[in-house]
Design a protein around this ligand. Structure first.
Ligand SMILES: [Fe+2]
Length: 187
């Protein structure tokens, strides 16, 4: 059976309450390995998405986010360093599935079409939303664990993911979606 917390009074809960060997801390570290795997694979996948895209704005957005994601990998390495742990990646099934879905979109749509761009944006936004929820949750957990430096690093990445998501929405709404609506299927 798990060791129970000795704190009885709810009013005593404060950031940094977790002990060094708390289950929450090891859960937190495990989740970091998961998002570390995800980021590394996003860096590998974005060039494929850029090449598959037709809209110049979208190509640029994918190129920029590739650079940014490399920065996210490095930030996570900093987090592992702060925690005194080796940076380790653990396969993230959700992200592996999303990446497969993105590849499927490239296979199922025609090169040079706005319809493919719509599909790429949708796939990329699913990835962004996964990252936003992960970084949001982990930043909150870091605060609970009293790891303010870690929380700040995670929040910086969180903001960049939100900006990318917003940019993708703008690209979809400003032209790609309308162009796609005009495309007809070839016989
Ligand atoms: Fe990222």
């Amino acid at each position: 059976m798990a060791k129970q917390s000795t704190k009885q009074n709810n009013n005593n809960y404060a950031p940094g309450i977790a002990s060094e060997d708390s289950m929450l801390k090891s859960f937190f570290e495990d989740e970091l390995k998961d998002i570390y795997w995800a980021e590394k694979n996003i860096v590998k996948t974005l060039p494929k998405m850029r090449k598959a895209a037709t809209s110049q704005k979208l190509q640029q957005a994918f190129a920029d986010h590739e650079q940014q994601s490399q920065g996210h990998v490095e930030r996570l390495e900093q987090v592992f360093e702060i925690l005194g742990k080796k940076a380790q990646a653990k396969k993230c099934d959700a992200m592996a599935g999303s990446i497969e879905e993105g590849k499927g979109i490239i296979e199922e749509t025609e090169k040079g079409t706005a319809t493919r761009d719509v599909g790429l944006i949708l796939a990329a936004q699913k990835v962004e939303h996964y990252e936003i929820s992960t970084y949001g949750g982990l930043a909150q957990l870091a605060t609970t664990l009293g790891l303010e430096d870690v929380a700040n690093l995670l929040k910086q990445t969180l903001e960049e993911e939100k900006q990318t998501d917003q940019l993708l929405t703008e690209i979809a709404e400003s032209d790609v979606n309308y162009e796609a609506a005009m495309e007809t299927e070839e016989e």
